[in-house]
Design a protein around this ligand. Structure first.
Ligand SMILES: Nc1ncnc2c1ncn2[C@@H]1O[C@H](COP(=O)(O)OP(=O)(O)OP(=O)(O)O)[C@@H](O)[C@H]1O
Ligand SMILES: [Mg+2]
Length: 374
């Protein structure tokens, strides 16, 4: 087990920076997930930690030891990739034990370690099979076994589940978490799948364009996204945004003069542009609401809930949620957005813009009703 410290890490391939000024501290035994869109530099960051990519500016330390110039084989990191190319001519046991053989580990110890790992991964009945005789999930487990048998200080996973079907992904997700609980090794897991990231991470690191945009517990990032980008990227269906401007009193006014956050005041100049965001889970249908009206397009029955694909007043496609059993709307419908659930971001740079709450009479009443009903 080992902690990892990254400071001011940057990297380019002769063009613009692909990883920019990354600072990250990972405590020993943590399971950290790096989430970001394709091309944002996740694999490059992971490969620099593993020593497979030369680091640009900055520092990487594992267990307090600077990694500059340390070859991959001496870093104590084991990597599991999306394309886990197993050796086709070797058995499962041969594949898992190969690294130990190369390292000159005596046969008896090698076999014991392979058996130990195979037991944890439930691969014992398959040890004599060749990779082409395995299912996708079994092959993925062999790839995990190959990494585990080396007893690394750090596990680095680069989208290891992307080639699996949905059911297998879910199963492997749980298996990787269980293994982590059993082994307690520091793990960094890279994915662009936000559901995978939310469910697996002890700590979530959101990247965009080579930079870290937010670090926190998944629930924290979901509840309080630090920027417009994070708000839009984390959460399914995605957050719904609508433009607003600050009026003379510091209130946010959406198109048509409607005030989504009564009681909230921003210390921003009059006319400053905001983007207000709300999660589909926090919106309720309300015919009497002065809020935005959505034009329904298609409804998807998800079983426990109904997803309504609709057009927002500005024309953007959005997805709203209704509970199972509620009817799908057939005509434009109004919604109520509880002020407490509105997220605000500055239009100029996307930074979260926290209001200074000034409770109005109606808001105070609303709070009192809520607290007395709980
Ligand atoms: N060897 C290389 N030479 C030049 N550019 C590279 C090289 N490797 C990566 N890049 C570029 O660096 C950027 C980041 O790539 P990286 O593979 O780290 O992204 P990623 O976040 O892992 O994306 P994905 O989710 O698609 O795997 C991309 O624009 C990519 O084209
Ligand atoms: Mg990648």
């Amino acid at each position: 087990m080992a902690g990892i410290r990254i400071e001011g890490l940057s990297k380019d391939f002769g063009g613009p920076a692909v990883v920019s000024d990354v600072d990250l501290s990972i405590a020993s035994g943590d399971f950290v997930v790096i989430l970001g869109p394709s091309g944002c530099g996740k694999s490059t960051l992971l490969r620099m930690i593993a020593g497979l990519e030369e680091q640009g500016a900055g520092k990487i330390e594992i267990d307090g030891e600077p990694m500059e110039g340390v070859p991959p084989g001496r870093r104590g990191c084991a990597m599991v990739f999306q394309n886990y190319a197993l050796y086709p001519h070797m058995s499962v046991a041969g594949n898992i034990g190969y690294a130990l053989k190369v390292a000159g580990v005596p046969r008896a110890e090698r076999e014991a370690r392979v058996r130990e790992v195979a037991a944890m991964l439930e691969l014992e009945p398959l040890l004599e099979r060749r990779p082409h005789q395995l299912s996708g999930g079994q092959r993925q487990r062999v790839a995990m076994g190959r990494a585990m048998v080396r007893r690394p200080r750090v596990f680095l996973f680069d989208e290891p589940l992307s080639n699996l079907d949905a059911r297998l992904r879910l199963q492997m997700r749980l298996e990787i978490k269980r293994l982590h609980r059993a082994l307690g090794a520091t793990s960094i897991f890279v994915t662009h799948d936000q559901l995978e990231a939310m469910t697996m991470a002890d700590r979530l690191v959101v990247m965009e364009g080579g930079r870290i945009r937010q670090v926190g517990a998944p629930g924290e990032v979901w509840r309080r996204p630090a920027s417009r980008f994070v708000a839009g990227f984390v959460g399914t269906p995605p957050m719904i945004f609508f433009p607003a401007r600050i009026d003379r009193e510091g209130r946010a006014r959406a198109a048509g003069g409607w005030e989504p956050c009564p009681g909230a005041r921003w210390r921003l100049p009059e006319g400053a542009a905001l983007e207000l965001g709300v999660r589909p889970q926090d919106i309720a249908a309300d015919p009497s609401s002065p809020g935005p009206r959505f034009a329904p397009d298609l409804a998807e029955d998800m079983g426990a809930e109904l997803h309504i694909h609709a057009r927002a007043p500005g024309g953007e496609a959005v997805t709203l949620i209704r509970r199972a059993g509620e009817a799908a709307p057939s005509a434009p419908f109004a919604v109520r957005i509880p002020a407490a659930h509105v997220h605000a971001f500055r239009a100029e740079d996307g930074a979260r813009a926290e209001p200074e709450p000034v409770a109005t009479e109606s808001e105070t009443q609303w709070r009192e009703t809520r607290s007395s009903s709980t």
